[in-house]
Design a protein around this ligand. Structure first.
Ligand SMILES: [Zn+2]
Length: 139
């Protein structure tokens, strides 16, 4: 049985490799500081305050690959619906805490996904070193 919270999936490893190759550094499977410790992100960029999730198409109900099992359909609808609701709740909590959330589908092209993450991290990276981080965190 596959688990929703498993880490180190192939798409996640590919994204990590691509971002690392570009010189980006991040925490893996970590709780973004200042948020609920039970909600972990796949990648955390602390300085830029960017949290990245690599979502599996099945468990997170990717719109391109919608697949609802026929057996126990009602149960699956509730199950998958609750995962999606939890995702949106996580997004809201992180945003409220000053984080930028990037969600990547497991089916996405790894270079395109890395471009997206890279762009956001670059744009939000503090320009003037630690003092800038502190003043931003205070505000
Ligand atoms: Zn998909």
């Amino acid at each position: 049985m596959r688990r929703t919270g498993r880490r180190d999936t192939a798409p996640e490893l590919a994204l990590r490799r691509e971002l690392h190759r570009r010189g980006l550094r991040y925490l893996v499977d970590a709780t973004p500081p200042g948020t609920n410790r039970r909600r972990r992100a796949d990648l955390v960029f602390r300085g830029a305050r960017v949290a990245v999730f690599v979502d599996g198409c099945f468990w997170h109900s990717c719109p391109v690959h919608v697949h609802r099992p026929r057996a126990n359909a009602a149960w699956w609808q509730v199950k998958l619906g609750s995962i999606t609701a939890r995702d949106r709740d996580t997004d809201a909590r992180l945003t409220q805490a000053g984080w930028h959330v990037v969600r990547v589908w497991e089916h996405e092209d790894v270079v395109a996904a890395a471009d997206r993450v890279h762009g956001v991290v670059h744009a939000r990276r503090p320009a003037a070193g630690r003092n800038a981080v502190r003043s931003r965190a205070a505000g």
